[in-house]
Ligand binder design. Structure first.
Ligand code: GDP
Ligand code: ZN
Length: 293
């Protein structure tokens, strides 16, 4: 039988299958290699004790990807969750998350929580910046249970991680998403176990084919795996201009002469806020490299 590892605690793996959740150990040969399996791995299990839901993992299927911090396999989507207020959204942090999520090849959704506090229509401002770039924005009030359903639809058939600053409402949103699912005792029991434990990674089941993970670590990922010249790839709005830079593909759109991207910023065709984020991240990448050597 096949299932997905949703939780790993010491030497136990919890594997979600179509017949429910099994507590598994790795087969002997794997025990030598600690951390052989991670949350998100799709594994083949052999049932040892159906009544007590105990099984052993025979092998893992090939991973589509592996996030390092937090360690989760097969993540397909990032929900970048920011609050309208308390804390105020930090646009350069949004841009940083966008870069990191693209580096990992994830689908991206920007979610704006606490929409009940949006007195100055910040939603519109953010939509003006990010919608033209192709990033969908979903407004939600996790606490007020407003617009939770549309987000749930976006999670369908995905393994999503929620990333965002502390206080944005990540736990509230995850609870709101599973609340609507709390129909059977089995599901509620399953969630109850891990609900308030964010110390280790856990995939929370939204429905048969959808999982979500809170990812306290994602925000602290630094940029050490991104090269200076690679960064501009993740600023999608630069692409239509960068061929026209005098230095072509070599242009970092910084101080080079005849830079078409800088021109586009001057002409307000590219958001100056986004461009500042770019320069800031470029500076950080350099700083990281300097410290390393
Ligand atoms: P996390 O640190 O990202 O997990 O954030 P929490 O889920 O702990 O939420 C932080 C605070 O924001 C809590 O006090 C929540 O009650 C509050 N909060 C969450 N969602 C909303 C919302 O939709 N509107 C308002 N006004 N407050 C919210
Ligand atoms: Zn340029």
């Amino acid at each position: 039988m096949q299932g997905t590892i949703t939780k790993a605690i010491s030497s136990f793996y919890y594997v979600d299958t179509k017949n429910g959740l099994y507590e598994c150990k790795a087969r002997g040969v794997f025990k030598l290699k600690a951390q052989q399996f991670v949350v998100g791995d799709v594994v083949e299990i052999e049932i040892l004790d159906e009544e007590n839901k105990k099984a052993v993992i025979n092998r893992a299927l090939e991973r589509k990807n592996l996030l390092k911090r937090p360690p989760i396999a097969n993540v397909t989507q990032a929900i970048l969750l920011f609050a309208i207020k308390n804390p105020d959204p930090n646009l350069s942090l949004i841009d940083r998350f966008l870069v990191l999520a693209q580096k990992q090849d994830l689908e991206i959704i920007i979610a704006l929580n606490k929409i009940d506090l949006d007195e100055e229509n910040l939603l519109k401002t953010l939509e003006e910046i990010y919608t033209p770039l192709g990033y969908p924005i979903a407004a939600v009030s996790a606490e007020g249970r407003q617009n939770v359903e549309p987000i749930k639809k976006l999670l369908k058939n995905q393994i999503s991680i929620v990333a965002g600053p502390s206080g944005a409402g990540k736990s509230t949103l995850i609870n709101a998403l599973i609340d609507t699912e709390l129909k059977t005792g089995q599901v509620s029991e399953k969630i109850g176990r891990g609900r308030h434990t964010t110390r280790y990674v856990e995939l929370i089941q939204i429905d048969d084919s959808s999982y979500i993970a809170d990812s306290p670590g994602f925000s602290s990922i630094d940029l050490d795996e991104i090269e200076e010249k690679e960064l501009k790839e993740y600023f999608v709005e630069f692409h239509e201009y960068d061929e026209d830079c005098r230095f072509g593909a070599k242009c970092l759109h910084e101080n080079e002469p005849n830079c078409a991207v800088r021109d586009a910023v001057d002409e307000n065709k590219i958001s100056s806020q986004r461009y500042r984020s770019y320069l800031q991240l470029l500076g950080e990448i350099r700083e990281t490299k300097r410290r390393r050597y």
